[in-house]
Design a protein around this ligand. Sequence first.
Ligand SMILES: [Ca+2]
Ligand SMILES: [Ca+2]
Ligand SMILES: [Ca+2]
Ligand SMILES: [Ca+2]
Length: 428
Amino acid sequence: MKKTIFTAILLGAAVALCSCSLGVDSRGLLSPPKTTGREAAIEKLVEEASGGNYQLKYPNSGSYRSAIITEDLNQDNNDEAFAFYTSRSENTVHMLVMYSEKNEWKISGDFKTDHSDVDCVMFADYDFDGTLEILAGFSGSAELNELNIFDYDPEKKVSESIDFSASYSGFSAGDYDRDGGSEILTLSLSVGEDEAQASLIDYDNNTLYTLSDCYLDPSVTRFENITSGLLDKNTMGVAIDGALDGGFNTQVIFYDADKSELVSFPSSEKKETSIFRTYNINSQDINHDGFIEIPVAYAEAGPSTEKTAPVINWRNLNTKKSKLVNSTRCVNNLDFGFYFKLPEYFSDAVFATLSEDSREMKIYAEENDLLLTFKVFDVGESSDKMKEFTTLESYNQYIYAYQIGESTTLYVDDDIIRDNFALIDIGA
Ligand SMILES: [Ca+2]
Ligand SMILES: [Ca+2]
Ligand SMILES: [Ca+2]
Ligand SMILES: [Ca+2]
C-alpha cells in the first residue's frame, strides 16, 4: 500500500523542481532566527553537532527553502528532520539527519560535504522499499552542482551516504518510465568540453545506473524553470524553460518506452524555432487539465498604429507523433501580469492592443470592432473613468477591471470574461 502512496505523490500535479541556483543567498548571512518548540529542539542538536558556532544554510532552489526541513521519510506519521549548516571554522556544508523518539530529537547521521552552499533538496523512493531517500544538491565554486543521495533506515535509525554522485545544473525525480518506481533525472548545461545533456538514472540490483541519456540544446545558458509532470495520459516528463541569447525556449524531455530511450523535443537534429520566444514565460498546466502546456508566443499583427499585445498559444506535446498540438490561445499583458484566454468560438481575426503605458488592453473582434477593454487601476484610486469599468480582481497594488465594447460581430458577457481572465506569474 505504501508504494502506491509514494507513486501517487510523484505523479501528482506539475511541480517546479530543482534548477539553477542564482547568486549568493543573503538569508544564509543573517543570524539564525529565534525558534520555538520542535525547531528549537532541532537547532539545539545542530548547535551541539557543530561545536556551538554555526551558520544555517538555506537551499537556493526547489520547493524546500528552509535550513531545517522536516519530512516523514517512512510514512509512520513521525517526521524526520534535516538541517544544513556550516561551522565558523570551516566553510563546507554539513547535513544533519535527525529523527524523534518519544518526543526527543536524536541524530541519525552527520554528513560533511565538499561544498559551500546547498542548492536543492528533494525526496524520492528510488529503491522502492517504502522509505524516501534524500536527494541533496550542493553548489560552490564549480559551474555544475553536485547531487548526493542519502538513505535512512527507519529500523536501525541510521542514515548513510550512498556511493553515488552526479554533476548537474538541475534535477528532478519521478516515475518517468511508468514502472511504479521513481527515477532521477539530471540536466546539465554545456560546460567547457562537456555537452549539455539529460540523464535518467534508474535503480536495479542495488545499483544506481544511467538508464538512458540524451543531448540538450547547447545554446541554453541558464535553466529558468523545470516543471515535472504528465505530458499526456501515458507520459511523464519535464519541460525545461531555458534562457539563451536574445530570449527563451523550452525543451521537453521524456522516456520513450517503445524505444527504451530518453528523448528530447525538439530533437537535437531538428530544431523547432517555434518554441523560441522573447518573453520569459514558463511552461505550466495553464488550463488545469493535469497536462503541462508549453508557451509558444507571437506578437500577432494588428493595426500598425498601436502596440500589439502578445499572443501565446499554449501547446501540449503529442509524444507519440512528436509534435505540438494547440491547447489554449491567450492574449497577454505581461507588464501587468494578466492574460485573457480566447474562447474557442472566437475567430482567428481577433487581436489585442496595449496602450502606451500598458494599462489598457483592448480586444478587437476585427479591425475597428472593439469587443472588450481591460484596464488596470491603482488600489485606492477613485476616478470617473473607473466607474465605467467592472472590477474583476485586485492583486498587490492593482485593480483589474473590464468594460464590454460595442462589437457587432462577436459576443461576450460577464461570465465569459470572468471564466477566461487570469493573472499570470511571469519571470523577471
Ligand atoms: Ca518517519
Ligand atoms: Ca527507498
Ligand atoms: Ca520508474
Ligand atoms: Ca494542461
